[in-house]
Design a protein. Sequence first.
Length: 373
Amino acid sequence: MSNPLDPAKLTAAVENVHRAGMPGLFAEVRAGEEIWRGAAGTADLDTGRPVTADLKHRVGSVTKTFTAAAVLLQVESGEIGLDAPIGRYLPKLVPGASGDAITVRMLLNHTSGLAEYLPYAYPSFAAFPALADTGPQSMDDHRHTRFDRVELIRTGVGAPPFCAPGGSPGLYSNTNYLLLAELLAQVTGTTAEQYITSAVIARAGLRDTEFPTGAHIDGPHSRLYEAWFGMLEPPHEYSVFDMSYAGPSASLISTVADLSRFYRLLLAGEIVAPSSLAEMRRTVRVVSQEGKVIDYGLGLYPLEDSGPGGTFWGHGGTVWGGGTLAMIRADGERQLAVAVNLQRWNTFDSSGTLQPHPLDAALADLYRVAMYG
């Protein structure tokens, strides 16, 4: 059983995040049949337009759960072998010994060993995680750049690998999910975006979830503000941005209500079969983009330090200026989806160590109130 929702505490927690420095945020929280939606702050710092809980939002790597679900549907139909070598399907993109050793599962759970292509597309990431010596100029340079997915993949595949295929810990790498997008295109005869839309988004009945067709977000949305660790002051606005650098790895647009519905149906075994869901929840150790070692499944991961009532599963995501977290308890009885319109608010000290910010504690408090009551 879940503790009942406390609207006053949830409203206070959201407002506390805004007061701690977040321009705007909005969320949906569910306990059983109870649903609370709330928002605080500003969607547009120039006009003062307030955020509302129904806005569309770039959800970043939350996209990976949708892509993983699409791949597993093709596994269920027999078109893809979960433990088959990727070279069987994409021999030109992952040739030779790597193509023979890297399996579809390794791409899904980030144990392929393949490098991340982002530092090559965005030199701002070239020294990641030693970001204190980098600048954000490449973000401005590429606001409207249309990246070629195959070229990004070749960059990641051709870079020095993080580890041998199947090594532990693996490396969280967007190269893996761009390869999965090409795999979907190969076996379905359509684009990955089209297949994910028909097989996953439409199946879940999501009305406000879509892949972008250009640099703009269609429909009401918040502007997105990037601080880049204090190097952009005031934060730069990056709402208009070509997401071809991410594709089915991290480009999806959605709402907190749609994300809640998607994860609720997924954990109930209504998007992929229960056997596929069990595979999604088999975790391995992976080094995250923040340099932390985390548990990661197939497009899903468990919340660290899950509290009473069971483990929460879901995914987080970031884009330039925007962040999202969607989590649901394993029994489906409690869940949270939250979107924020500022990213990378922490700053570095003289030794290059990221410093705590009041937003960190305020967001942690919101998550605690939302997920545990």
